[in-house]
Write a protein that binds this ligand. Structure first.
Ligand code: NAI
Length: 272
């Protein structure tokens, strides 16, 4: 059921690679709730061609942008306002990539050029987006900007490798930039810390299946799905969350507040 939560709102949604992407589900939900938006992804991701299917379904245009390039981002924010006919009300940063994780480099043997790439793509790109939107004065008052994080920013998950630092920086950027954007024109900036989710980025992390099952058993509500995340992001873009800013919002079925659960006790007791 749709509630017209985003009727009349304009935005940018990054990171929709395929139908499993959190950004893909978010685009469908924002469309259902009445928003108009531009879709964007890295030029290399476009070659897979999938994003055009989504664009058609949502009546959206696609603007390629490498989120590490200020030039691309300037073009993205300028053109989006032209296409949508005004300033923006929401932006989703749904971007993450670590060459070290992708190429199976152990955390105790990192390639530092790749480490810098991980941080640039997964965290600094968020600052670049915020600063570009700010300098171009592209956001409407009471706008909402969201990026996606993971609890490895606070706790160690060995296979998450250098992405743990990237997420810690990402969350810190939301707090720091959130201050300035709130003062400037009441724009809020938050991160949502999502459960493990079966997407291209998620399943790229070593041992993902075990990781996923463990989190599911450790969360009283179970893992939050990509659809659940899309719903939460949509609410964060709506006028019902106008006073929420500079937060890292846990969206994890209760994982982060749980010490142990019956399911895990049963699992670990097996064979004892
Ligand atoms: P995904 O693989 O569908 O999305 C990642 C996106 O980042 C892709 O669309 C990719 O093309 C884009 N990207 C990579 N480099 C880029 C660049 N230089 N410029 C622009 N875009 C670029 O996977 P998912 O899971 O939907 O990821 C979205 C966000 O959610 C990421 O920040 C990820 O870290 C975060 N997240 C994912 C979790 C999971 O278990 N899947 C859990 C918690 C957070």
């Amino acid at each position: 059921m749709a509630y017209n939560l985003l009727k009349g709102k304009r935005g940018i949604i990054s990171g929709a690679l395929d139908e499993n992407s959190i950004a893909w589900k978010t685009a469908l939900k924002c469309h259902e709730e009445g928003a108009q938006f531009v879709l964007t992804n890295a030029p290399v991701a476009m070659r897979m061609g999938k994003i055009n299917e989504l664009a058609e379904q949502c009546g959206a245009q696609v603007i390629p942008a490498d989120a590490t390039s200020l030039e691309d981002l300037e073009n993205l924010f300028t053109k989006s306002q032209e296409i949508l006919g005004g300033k923006l009300d929401f932006v989703l940063h749904s971007i993450g990539m670590s060459p070290n994780v992708r190429k199976g480099k152990h955390y105790t043997d990192l390639n530092y050029d790749w480490y810098l790439k991980s941080i640039d793509i997964s965290a600094l790109s968020f600052h670049k987006m915020l600063q570009t939107a700010d300098k171009l004065d592209a956001m409407n008052e009471w706008g909402s900007i969201v990026a996606l994080s993971y609890i490895a920013a606070q706790r160690t998950f060995p296979d998450y490798s250098d992405m743990a630092q990237a997420k810690a920086v990402l969350e810190s950027i939301a707090r720091s930039y959130g201050y300035f954007f709130a003062k400037k024109n009441k724009v809020r900036v938050n991160t949502i810390s999502q459960s493990p989710t079966k997407t291209t980025a998620g399943t790229g992390v070593g041992g993902f299946d075990v990781f996923f099952d463990y989190a599911d058993k450790m969360s009283p509500l179970g893992n939050a799905s990509a659809e659940d995340c899309a719903n939460y992001i949509t609410v964060m873009f709506s006028d019902f969350t106008r006073m929420v800013t500079m937060q890292n919002l846990m969206h994890d079925g209760g994982f982060s507040s749980s010490g142990i659960t019956d399911e895990l006790v049963q699992e670990l007791s097996r064979g004892k």
